[in-house]
Design a protein around this ligand. Structure first.
Ligand code: BGC
Length: 629
């Protein structure tokens, strides 16, 4: 009874206002980064491909949703072999997307709304149509100013020019391209091989060349001068390769598949990825460019894109003395599959990241992007809202891929229709690798092409589920829709101090449920805390969150709570007893309650219990892994 009274009083007394707690240098901590794949967002000129004007037209929608930061995939001049990641001119806009004037309009419009724009910086490679490459291939002679702009190598000793097609025999070494096949391509003009970690149309820049380094800093400056607020740095782990061109070791854990070309995973990329020389380059970008521009009063953000284990990725934060990225994008959640998803697996991946990155480093989460399955396909449709909620309410900065706010799903593409070079080059594994499936046009309404374009033919097919409520228009009108759910979650995130900390407290109740507390930093009686509980299983689960209230340095002052958000949106504002909380299959709840941090040392009894639960979950996890093999 005492707890109920406390709870009810608390509900009335506390109505925290949303104050801007992050300083101007930290705006990227309080924001949500919304990723727009511009080809697929909104087409205004009727060519079936999205453009910059299309993005401008949708700013009202984004602002109303509560989005403050947009990351745009590349819009630079490009032959589009890798849909913009093959850049032929770093300082102009490709006509497919519009003009520089459109870009200036976009940024002006965004800034007038207090929004920030991040762009995609692609330092590792250019298009083979870039002037630097055209000049570089002219001759291998010091009179050629561009001679060393790319990574060139002779054919193996004993080979003659007519052998050049016989890759296995004559290529400089065994390095494999990320997109399949040898990483070397013969150039008939220069009569040497050039390196490409991606497509042969994307030759790798030679980052050991000082001029290349300087040019790339100028690219950053060019766009900073136009007002860009920060960058997502593409494919950073490939910036350097071993100067001696040593063969990469064979990966003993790799099982080749029928039909395969030299596959990327057949090697351990010891000499072609994550070389230590990358870090001084990032520090230089930070000190010489980002910090200089930031000192003018608008902090410029840097996020790096790379894959690898959490420890390796954690290095991209740099150190306090030598800072690098504000954060490396965290792809742990991309490792979830419909088969592996469970409360414990989610916990394991989150915990792995948090414990392996530098202490106190700011967190962030990526649940889907332009290269990996959409959330509904990865977590299962039943768990889509649970994953959205997790993304939004875990500590740190959420990254949201366009369309996730309405629950868009992958499209089916036939092999013969694939546009994505990664899918095309890998007949063995195209279903898994092709990225078209997650790049389909944004679903705006129930009109032609889901309101994306008036063209007869869009560059990728529109997912037909737009006719069945997966579109913005219908969902805006439905108070129980995924879009309304997304918006409500985002509002909650912005409103309460508990969601601005960089910490969480796990609360273990079972293998199937992932649950955690968000508690404000201050020992203040007026701030709400939240229990987030998600049931990733197909069965109903009733549990006692008080008995299992793990953290020893936190006091729970009531055993009741008020549901602020439920994934079904039918339980919102219900008062629940945390001692017997019921979750239906796939259900996610955000419960406002009253817990405060204390200065108490960790309690030995709690620690023992924690270890026991962890141990039991590990056994369960290993058994279920074993079962599925
Ligand atoms: C991007 C891909 C691109 C590749 C080559 C990746 O990191 O996410 O879309 O194909 O870099 O630039």
């Amino acid at each position: 009874m005492k707890s109920i009274i406390l709870w009810l009083t608390f509900g009335i007394l506390t109505n925290p206002t949303c104050s801007e707690v992050f300083g101007w240098r930290e705006w990227w901590k309080g924001t949500v980064i919304y990723q727009i794949y511009p080809r697929s967002y909104s087409d205004t000129d009727g060519d079936g491909i999205g453009d910059l004007k299309g993005v401008i037209n949708r700013l009202d929608y984004l602002q109303d949703l509560g989005i403050e930061t947009i990351w745009l995939n590349p819009i630079f001049e490009s032959p589009m072999k890798d849909f913009g990641y093959d850049i032929s001119n770093f300082t102009d806009v490709d006509p497919i997307f519009g003009t520089m004037a459109d870009f200036d309009d976009l940024i002006a419009d965004m800034h007038s709304r207090g929004m920030k724009l991040l762009m995609d910086f692609v330092p590792n490679h250019t298009s083979n149509k870039h002037m630097w490459f055209q000049r570089s291939r002219e001759c291998n002679d010091s009179s050629n100013l561009y001679m060393d702009y790319y990574v060139w190598a002779d054919m193996k000793q004993g080979c003659v020019e007519s052998d050049q097609n016989s890759h296995d025999k004559c290529v400089p070494n065994n390095w494999v391209s990320r997109f399949g096949g040898s990483a070397w391509e013969w150039d008939t003009k220069r009569k040497q091989y050039y390196l490409h970690q991606f497509l042969k149309d994307q030759p790798d820049l030679n980052f050991r060349n000082r001029e290349v380094q300087e040019h790339m800093k100028d690219v950053l400056r060019f766009w900073f001068d136009r007002g860009v607020d920060g960058w997502r740095v593409d494919a950073i782990r490939y910036l350097f390769e071993d100067v001696l061109l040593t063969d990469d070791p064979i990966n003993d854990d790799f099982y080749p598949q029928p039909n395969h070309q030299a596959q990327y995973n057949s090697l351990v990329h010891k000499y072609t990825a994550d070389l230590p020389e990358i870090h001084p380059i990032i520090r230089e970008w930070r000190a010489e460019v980002f910090d200089k521009y930031s000192s003018l009063g608008n902090y410029r953000f840097m996020g790096t894109q790379s894959y690898g284990d959490a420890k390796t990725l954690g290095l991209y934060y740099g150190t306090e003395e030598n800072p690098e990225a504000d954060f490396p994008f965290n792809f742990q959640m991309i490792k979830i599959s419909p088969e592996s998803v469970s409360g414990f697996e989610v916990y394991r991946l989150i915990h792995d990241w948090i414990t392996n990155i530098p202490d106190g480093a700011w967190l962030n989460w990526v649940f889907s992007h332009h290269g990996k399955d959409r959330i509904a396909n990865r977590f299962g449709e039943q768990n889509h809202r649970a994953a959205v909620l997790l993304n939004m309410l875990l500590p740190g900065t959420p990254n949201v891929y366009y369309g996730e706010e309405i629950g868009m799903t992958n499209i089916e593409v036939k092999f013969e229709d694939i546009q994505d070079p990664w899918g095309k080059n890998n007949p063995c594994c195209w279903k898994e690798l092709n990225r078209d499936k997650v790049r389909s046009p944004m679903q705006w309404d129930i009109g032609v092409n889901a309101g994306f374009s008036t063209a007869n033919h869009t560059w990728l097919p529109v997912n037909q589920n737009y006719k069945h409520a997966i579109n913005v228009q219908v969902q805006l009108e439905d108070s129980f829709s995924t879009l309304r759910f997304f918006k409500k979650t985002l509002q909650l995130r912005k409103k309460f101090p508990a969601f601005r900390t960089n910490t969480l407290k796990y609360s273990f109740v079972s293998y199937e449920v992932f649950s955690f507390w968000r508690i404000p930093d201050e020992e203040s009686v007026s701030s709400s805390s939240f229990l987030i509980a998600i049931n990733f299983s197909n069965k109903s689960i009733k549990a006692d969150y008080v008995k299992h209230f793990m953290p020893a340095d936190v006091n729970l002052n009531t055993t009741y709570g008020r549901i602020k958000i439920s994934s079904s949106m039918t339980r919102d504002e219900e008062i629940v007893d945390l001692k017997m909380l019921h979750l239906s299959p796939g259900e996610a709840l955000v419960i406002q309650s009253y817990a405060i941090r204390t200065k108490t040392r960790r309690d030995f009894k709690h620690d023992l219990f924690y270890c026991f639960i962890y141990f039991m979950c590990c056994i369960h996890y290993n058994e279920s892994k074993f079962d599925s093999n």
